[in-house]
Design a binder for this molecule. Structure first.
Ligand code: HEM
Ligand code: HEM
Length: 177
């Protein structure tokens, strides 16, 4: 039987990831302006660790989505098609942005750490590859920011219409429709 709401794990993963994305965007945009030193290194280290965590979470989320299908869309027509496209593109962003970040960090002389634990890199010190993947990271991030804007604007529209869309992504026991 399909539930009118997303399942609790899907809801927890959605909101966990939403918080993580805003944190990563803020960290990314502030850390690059910091002067070279301990604070900048710590911010980069945290950004990379949280970004890699994002990759794990999206993998778990997609596996869960395969096992427990989301509830059918409330609206139909072009709105449903657009929302569906934006959701697919958001998943694409959640995979490509951290992947490009990982590849950019792989082509540097520095060790790559996940919350203090050194992890294997996919490359070797090479400035041109590093610059290329940094550029890919930047495009993915700006594309993702645009998608998030569209997604949140859509969510606000439904919130104002009070059509129950938002409740689908909130735990049922707390928020009765
Ligand atoms: C204030 C911020 C946000 C709000 C209010 C919000 C709200 C929602 C709602 C209500 C849905 C369910 C749509 C439906 O009924 O079909 C949804 C789905 C989704 N949201 Fe968000 N969202 C927010 C932020 C984000 C962010 C930052 C991301 C990712 C970067 C994201 C990714 C997704 C994805 C991928 C789905 C589709 C889930 C699926 O069907 O697999 N959301 N969101
Ligand atoms: C969804 C996940 C991620 C988001 C949303 C994100 C976001 C950002 C943003 C907004 C910037 C600043 C871009 C600029 O204006 O220069 C940035 C830079 C950066 N990110 Fe990420 N990031 C993510 C994942 C990662 C991962 C996994 C890594 C590496 C393991 C990484 C490594 C970097 C590096 C090294 C920079 C600095 C690039 C430079 O110095 O120009 N990011 N990121």
């Amino acid at each position: 039987m399909t539930s009118p709401r997303y399942s609790l794990p899907a809801i927890a993963l959605h909101w966990g990831q939403a918080i993580l994305v805003f944190w990563l965007l803020w960290l990314g945009w502030t850390m690059t302006d910091l002067p070279k030193g301990a604070e900048r290194s710590a911010a980069y280290g945290l950004h990379k660790s949280l970004g890699l965590l994002m990759l794990f979470i999206v993998a778990i989320r997609l596996v869960w989505r395969q096992r427990k299908a989301p509830p059918p869309m409330l609206v139909g027509g072009w709105e449903a098609k657009l929302a569906h496209l934006v959701h697919i593109a958001l998943y694409g962003f959640l995979i490509l942005a951290p992947l490009a970040g990982y590849l950019a960090s792989s082509f540097t002389p520095y060790a790559l750490k996940f919350f203090g634990i050194e992890i294997p890199k996919a490359g070797w010190p090479d400035e041109s590859f590093n610059a290329f993947f940094k550029q890919c990271h930047l495009w993915a991030v700006w594309g993702g920011a645009g998608l998030i804007f569209l997604h949140v604007a859509g969510a606000i529209k439904h919130l104002l219409k009070r059509d129950g869309s938002i409740q689908r992504m909130l735990p049922g026991k707390l928020f009765k429709k």
